[in-house]
Every structure is written in structure tokens, then in C-alpha cells.
Design a protein around this ligand. Sequence first.
Ligand SMILES: Nc1ncnc2c1ncn2[C@@H]1O[C@H](COP(=O)(O)OP(=O)(O)O)[C@@H](O)[C@H]1O
Ligand SMILES: [Mg+2]
Length: 412
Amino acid sequence: MLEINPTNLSTETANKLRLLIAHNNNPAFLDRKLTHILPPVMELRLTHNLIIDRESTENVKRYFVISNAPHDDLGIGATNRARRIIGAIEIDTTHASLTYQPISSKVVRITNIKKAQKAHQAQQTKYKHKAAVQAFKKHQPFTHLAMQQPVKRAAHIGRNSAFFFKKKSYTVMNELPGQNLGDEIADFITYIGPDTKTMLDVVLIPILEAYKRQVASTGKVHRDIKPGNINADLYKDTPSIINFLDFDSSLAIGDKDTGYGTLGYLAPEAMGGLTVAVTPARDIFSLGVLLISCINPDLSPESIVSERKINTSKEALQFMLTQLNTHLCYDPDQITTESNEHYELFNYINDGDDISEQLQQCRNQIKTLLKNMTSRYPEKRPAIDSVIAELKAASAMLTPSPSSTLSLSPSQ
Ligand SMILES: Nc1ncnc2c1ncn2[C@@H]1O[C@H](COP(=O)(O)OP(=O)(O)O)[C@@H](O)[C@H]1O
Ligand SMILES: [Mg+2]
């Protein structure tokens, strides 16, 4: 059997691949696990999956080459996983030629991975490709993703798992640089050791500005803001890169739902299972919890739940509701450890031992804002513009730190 490696083609393999694609009438997906037959009798096998670029034209057809390498697996969520695209083959139909170029900054998001199949089976609902197409429609306003319409992996006979394979959907989109915000913050705190001003200018304000640009300006509510749905690349001296992702659950402002999101980041009015309005105030609540978790990762809901050895989602829900009902917000001053110790919001912030009055005032202002953002009452939460303005004002109170701040890169 002839093996075709699309990233390393000879004249012969390039030609065979071009004929195979033409013979199949431009299939949307070429599966590396299949034996492909090129008539009359030639058997071919691909080393990589190929997915059509829906932006290609009649004259120049493009297929993206999906990486198989474990390090190109970019992340996994409850229903999707993302893999890097490493190149593209271009078929010039007028000149009957096929060429390969390496490319970067595109990924494919695979929907209905094994983990999701299990969840769907548990709920006894069947996953359909249609669901990925519906989700894609929701992603369209979010232009930073440049998501293409999903492609279904073809069913084929003779494989045990054909039932599942035919239900997988593949969607090409822009690769969002960096890593998930939780991991990036852990690295940032360890290697940069930020002071309050750096935390404001490099982390908190850029997150809010990205939200304003990528989400609020589209008239949508994300509904599932949490570190795993944000990719970030943060350095002290270069502009921060923040990208929101996973818009499957986004809805328009004014729509109605029965609550949706991730416990801990979920606004209380959306917890009861009753029909409620989709409002930006719900995202503001999640952003408030997110910012608290950036300043002190020990205060993230994930960390609190694990520190307090809370195992079930029912207990977690109860814990969150008790916090919000007792303190009227996700109050960083009131959350305690299992042994009743308080956390200090600025514990990891490296301002030195001598806290000036100005700095204390600035920190208090940040704290008050975070308490308002996470208020139990949606009408008390400030709008995104005023959150940004207040944090900018807080930053303006502080002078930039001398560049002697601890600054190590992971390789040092
Ligand atoms: N465009 C992208 N660029 C880089 N990584 C991505 C991209 N889309 C998804 N990922 C990674 O894949 C993970 C799962 O994708 P996500 O869209 O959040 O799916 P789920 O709905 O299952 O949570 C994300 O947490 C992220 O790490
Ligand atoms: Mg996700």
C-alpha cells in the first residue's frame, strides 16, 4: 500500500493525492485511518487527516493538514478538543498540480470526543453534527475566531467505532495564542512576581478590554466565562494577549434561558433553574470571580472547592449560595479555608513590605469594585465600561515600579 505523507510529498505521491481528491469529488475530510482506493486498484493510506478549507476557491482548492503529534493537542473541554493545523496542501485545478506549505495559527476543534459521548449517553440524548452547526452559527459574530462551518467525518463500513466517528465534527478556526488563563496566571505569578500596578495593567485591564472588544461589542453574553475558556499570553513588557473562546453557549442580550454556566463563576440569579433573562450583568459576575482568581489563585472557585474537600456539585452549589447569601457578594475578605482561616486577596502581589497609603487606597478601590462586580444583586453590578474606567483610575494612582522587579523566564 502506498503511504502518502502530505507534509513530505514526492512527485508521485503529490500526483496520487491530487487524483484521489479529484476522484472523490472534493471530499470535505480525508481520514488517515482509512484505506483509500484510487481506481482501478491502487490502495493508499494517508499519514495525517486532511480537512477542506471552506474558504478555498474552485481554482485553488486547499486542504488543511491536521497534526497527529501529542504536543499539538491544544486543550480539552467537556465536549471539544483542539488540535493544531500544521500545513496546507493547495491544488491548482487549472495546472493540475498539488503543493504543500507549512502554516501556523489555525486549529481544528473536534466536537463529540469520547468524553462528550459518555456525557451524552448518560443523558440519553444523541449527539448530532447538527449541534455543532448550531454552535457554529453562534460563533459567527466572534470574528477573532474566524470559525468555519463544521465538517462531518464520513461514516465508513467495517470499523468498530464507525458509529461514533460519523458523529464527530471538525471545525477550522484561528489558533488563539498562549495557554489557558489559569495556567498562564500561575506562571505569571511565579515568574514575574507582579506588583499591584503590573497586575492591573498587564492582567486585569487587558482581560476586561478583550471582553469589551470580543464579546460585549457583539451584543452577546458569553454565559460561561472561566479560565478554561480564555487563552492568554502575558509578559510584563509586551502587550498582553487575551482571547475569549468557547462561544457555544453564548446568547443575545435579552434572550431567556434557565441558567447556564460553570458553578463558581455562575451568577446567583442563573442558579435556580427558573427562566431568567440573559444579561451582561451575568458575565460581569463571572468576570469579577475571574479577576479575584487572577489576583489570588487560591481564591478561585476550583481551588476553594478542592481545599474544602467539596466533592459533589450539590455541595459546591450550596457553598456558593451560602457565601452569596451571607456576604452578599463573592467576598475575598470573607471566604475561609476548611480550618477557618481567611485568605488575603493581595497575598501573591509583590509590592514590598512598605505599603504606602496611596497603594492601600488603590487596593481598597480594587476590592470594592470586585465586590460590586460579584454582587448577589445584578442591578448593583457595574457595566463593563465603568469597570474598565475604575481600574484605569486605580492604576493611574500608582507610579510604575522600578524595573528591578523579579523577572525570570521559565527557561532560566
Ligand atoms: N481556537 C483555539 N485556539 C487554541 N486553543 C483552543 C481553541 N479552541 C479551543 N482550544 C482549547 O481547547 C479547549 C476546549 O475547547 P472549548 O472550546 O473550550 O470546548 P468545550 O466546549 O468542550 O469546553 C480550550 O479550553 C482550549 O484549551
Ligand atoms: Mg470550554
